[in-house]
Design a protein around this ligand. Structure first.
Ligand code: CP
Length: 318
């Protein structure tokens, strides 16, 4: 694995390998063990051209727990604001011996562009590009589902919200199908559902929340992506909540042991109410914690450090 840009084209074997490898990092992620030396001497640059709380900080923690050096470029105060091109910024960071760029950008395809222009030894991880892909989010979600449900082969997973603009939904649909989930449902107002989503992703589309989550094992709620849409597409927040907001009552059609997920940030009272977000079936904060282990796995695989692990440099669960 050189770059990690999208789930598209990745097979079940590789996705399972990433999930299995991430299990070995849970102890470090939860600080039972402080650090592992797998990426000592390597330099990781976080390039976030779009806002982030969870992804940027968990990539930083993951890199530090792998003993890498981390550069967090503050784009708003960097020379980008003086007109320096993206490629010139990359060249300058490469001159500082950077080994990996972790990239978030509002333009779909930005991470692929950077991977195509980076120096040959440099790895690129996509931390979210426009409406296109957020592959490490999908992997930490798969990791969380597997820890609760064990086996993907009998699951019914419902993804609810702004499917049209969501890079998370795209990556999740691809990952769920690749891992063999037989029943993946997407639930959205007609204006927020991509055309031909069923044919493109092998999922079932619903426009009624109760029907869509009926007998679901996993319910994934998504944020309305105001920043990527023409607001004429959207009903008012109040109207949206009335029809698509998850409440305990609406969750009642899901299986009694269903888990509720959300990649964050949550708009409370819009896509879900606080009783559900903070309730016993919510695994939302666990998703965030698992993100550290999953990102450690992806980063060390891309940096070729996985071999050190398999050659016996240690079991990292403490
Ligand atoms: N899930 C996610 O991408 O959150 P952030 O925007 O906070 O990184």
């Amino acid at each position: 694995l050189k770059h990690f840009l999208t789930i598209e084209g990745l097979n079940r074997g590789l996705l399972t390998e990433i999930l299995d490898y991430a299990e070995g990092f849970l102890g470090v992620a939860r600080q039972a063990v402080k650090k592992v030396p797998l990426c000592r001497g390597r330099v990781v640059a976080n390039l976030f051209f779009e806002n982030s709380t969870r992804t940027r900080t968990t990539f930083e923690l993951a890199a530090k727990r792998l003993s890498a050096d981390v550069l967090n470029l503050n784009i708003s105060t960097s020379a980008t604001a003086k007109g320096e091109t993206l490629l010139d910024t990359l060249r300058n960071l490469e001159a500082m011996q950077v080994d990996m760029f972790v990239v978030r950008h509002a333009q779909s395809g930005a991470a692929h562009f950077i991977a195509a222009h980076a120096a040959p030894h440099v790895s690129v991880i996509n931390a979210g590009d426009g409406r296109h892909a957020h592959p490490t989010q999908a992997m930490l979600d798969m990791f969380t589902i597997r820890r609760h449900k064990g086996d993907f082969s009998r699951l019914r997973v419902a993804i609810v919200g702004d499917i049209l603009h969501s890079r998370v939904a795209r990556s999740q649909m691809l990952a769920l199908k690749a891992l063999g989930v037989p029943d993946v449902r997407v639930i959205a107002p007609r204006t927020l559902m991509p055309a031909q989503v069923e044919e493109a992703f092998g999922v079932s589309a619903y426009h009624d929340l109760r029907e869509g989550v009926r007998d679901a094992d996993v319910v994934i709620m998504l944020r309305i992506q105001h920043e990527r849409m023409n607001s004429a597409l959207l009903p008012s927040e109040h109207e949206y909540f009335q029809l698509f907001g998850l409440t305990e009552k609406r969750l009642a059609t899901a299986r009694p042991d269903a888990i509720v997920m959300h990649p964050g940030p949550i708009n409370r009272g819009v896509e879900m109410d606080s009783q559900v977000a903070d309730g016993p079936r919510s695994v939302i904060l666990e998703q965030v914690s698992n993100g550290i282990a999953v990102r450690m796995a992806v980063m060390s695989m891309c940096l070729g450090a996985q071999n050190l692990h398999t050659q016996g440099q240690g079991e990292f669960n403490g």
